[in-house]
Design a protein around this ligand. Sequence first.
Ligand code: OSB
Ligand code: MG
Length: 384
Amino acid sequence: MTTTAPIHTSGSALPVTVEAVELHRIAMPLVRPFETSFGRQTDREVLLVRVLTDAGEGWGECVAMSEPVYSSEYVDGCDDVIRHYLAPALLDAATVRASDVAGVFGFVVGHRMAKAAVETAVLDAQLRASGQSFGEYFGAVRPEVDCGVSVGISPDLDTLLEEVSGYVEAGYRRIKLKIKPGWDLEPVAAVRALIGDLPLQVDANTAYTLAHIDHLRELDEFGLLLIEQPFPEDDIAAHVRLARAIDTPVCLDESITGVGVAIDAIERDATSVVNIKAGRMGGYLEAVRVHDACRDRDVPVWCGGMLETGLGRAANVALAALPGFTLPGDTSASDRYFAEDLTESFVLVDGRLAVPTGPGSGVTVRTELVEAWAVRPAEFITRA
Ligand code: OSB
Ligand code: MG
């Protein structure tokens, strides 16, 4: 009963032979520090995967953070697992389509962000060769997507309100506030008073426990779209209990590592909205499957973010153009993150970003910047 267009895994999408995998490590300063319940980030250390194939090149961005604080993955770990396991397996696999890659990587447990980065690079190469865009391949149904913005924990309320005002002026269609114990009801009340009835939601990144249920119920008076991931990722049962106690919809992020968990969490009423992040799920193909499963169950989804560069953003925006993405995503404009982006800039127009239409990701990695921003020499992995 899947109602969405199927992934276009056949037809013009010819398989490619991967001849080399390149790993690039760059650092990009954020325009302002980003603080969450798990820490404060001032720059993004990005691992980029470039595959060289018989049909041309493809690029993928690894969304892992420098430290294993959002999930167990982190940049050095992804680098290591790609270098020692994923890249050699891909080079051994002869010809592959992107839809084969998860199978090739099936012998490695977990490491979804690493797998996603490589799979995306293969998909980019494959689609560039066949002239199809990510949006067409995923089944996009709209030329642009509604955008929200994720706002970090501030040193004080004045700073928070000033930051939020700027985003409202820029035209964002939804505000998300990071919360944690000690930074929740007050900032939410202040921002609600500032923004009137503009959609507002909160994200706790697992900072609460069941002992906070009564406290979290106090959020109900602010008419939030949702509360994202209040409890630890493996505690689905705790989210079931909160969902029963609170009027605000509960939305899982960290917990949803694939379509199986998504269906389980929905069937148990742990989550009534799902945050889709391809990196967390092992790739865009699994993300599309989660979208389809949610749509079949009338569960709205929205596209999460990991402070991606234009490369990752291009793919996220294409994904967010699928029909089940009915809420604004954390797909913000380039200037919300970086003074200069790694690709063409994504510019907010009327609160939306345009879905790229060119082949593959539809954006071009500025290789001179990859070189200029490198924190270490590139690594080249070829067939043994
Ligand atoms: O939980 O959604 C999250 C950033 C890094 C890690 C986790 C999260 C986030 C964000 C930022 O909220 C979303 C974005 O603008 O990319
Ligand atoms: Mg989140």
